[in-house]
Design a binder for this molecule. Sequence first.
Ligand code: F3S
Length: 471
Amino acid sequence: MIKVSLISLGCAKNLVDSEIMIGHLHQAGMSVIPEAELADVVIVNTCSFIDSSKEESIGHILEVHQNRGMKKRRKEQKLIVAGCMSQRFSKDLSSSLNDEVDAFIGLDQVTKVAPIIEGLYAKDRAAGQVPENFVTARSTYIPDFNTPRFRLTPKHTAYVKIAEGCNHPCTFCIIPQIRGRHRSRTVESVVAEARQLVKEGVKELNLISQDTTFFGMDTWEQRPNPRTPVDSTRGTALTTLLRELNAIEGDFWIRLLYTHPAHWSDELIRTIAECPKVARYIDIPLQHISDNMLGAMQRETSGDYIRDLIKRIRAGIPGIAVRTTFIVGFPGETEADVAELETFIRETKFERLGVFRYSQEEGTRGAKMENQIPAKTKEARWHRLMKLQQEIAAGVSQSHVGQTLRVLVEEPGIARGDADAPDIDGRVYVTKDLPVGEFATVKISGFQDYDLLALPRGQRPAEFKVAKQAQ
Ligand code: F3S
């Protein structure tokens, strides 16, 4: 039996691709093992978002190659490079990683990984021959509800990829060139998958895509423009999907990740408010607030639009936690732009916020722009905003002290509230006796930065700040 080991890098979308590859390997009778050094085949599922992700991917490839050592030559262990870096750079990497890699596969080959492996064994590569390249130019694949898949997340939480690809022209981002045009699954397909997951005991469905708010809109008869809001009167939309998912019987959360601000609408706000299973949490990457920067980034939004949208979301969905990300150091960013962003963050008090330093990515329009910002300036701006957010986050955490919170227990002693997405946000420390994978209601007694504490006195770590009434 062929033993395969898979190293999954990058985001949750790549993780779902890894899960699909493992599902197909199992279906073909291959076994998947965690130890790369014991495997006949190692697959590195790469990320290519920014330079550091490419470096990390190459580092893993070189490490696997080194570990095959002198004894395990290529005949005994094959190395396959998959994922975003392979999709985008397989031709360039073919010669530089000639010795290390046996084959490159792209995003549309995730379901064909087993026959590709069999093929590699059937014809041994002659010395000096370049690696096989199975990557197809334009990615068009989208999984269905019955696509074989082996979940790599804990039993109680799952990612559901509702669409793939992106039609936005953001000048800093390479992903549309890698993952192709936006294509949505059908509502029926997503609902069938969700039903099955809930039946298997999943308590949290994390809806992902490159642009979750555009779900269904690519199928509309009248083509929406990039700023068209979610509108179910024109065809299938995210609101249609959320209402159908909310109607599935069972106790579970639906979490919305990667919502582009341009497509939000009052209908979407109303739908979330009316669907109790949809977590009071939204992930809405805003990237900046200054019109100069939003224009240069081609975000298809404006400062006024964003300010008004956040107000409408907060007013329409009581208790909502808003997560966003901003980029500092985009070409041409001035002190005034940063000051405007700083004021916006201070006034809006996002419950969850990440800041990225702009990375000049080959193949993007941003990379060719003049007025690139020096690394030192980017770093200083990043520190300034992160420090501000740390203060805001402490205030947000403190506001929970004394409240009761419904949490999902992740592992003994550690849980998450519905304002905490897996792997991104904070944690709630709880007593170790709460059953893993189940919901529990706990009383918050303290906090430490982004994390909350729901432990009785005597079990609290010293560094946690505890409110007077909980002492
Ligand atoms: Fe994700 Fe990295 Fe690809 S962030 S979409 S794995 S480039």
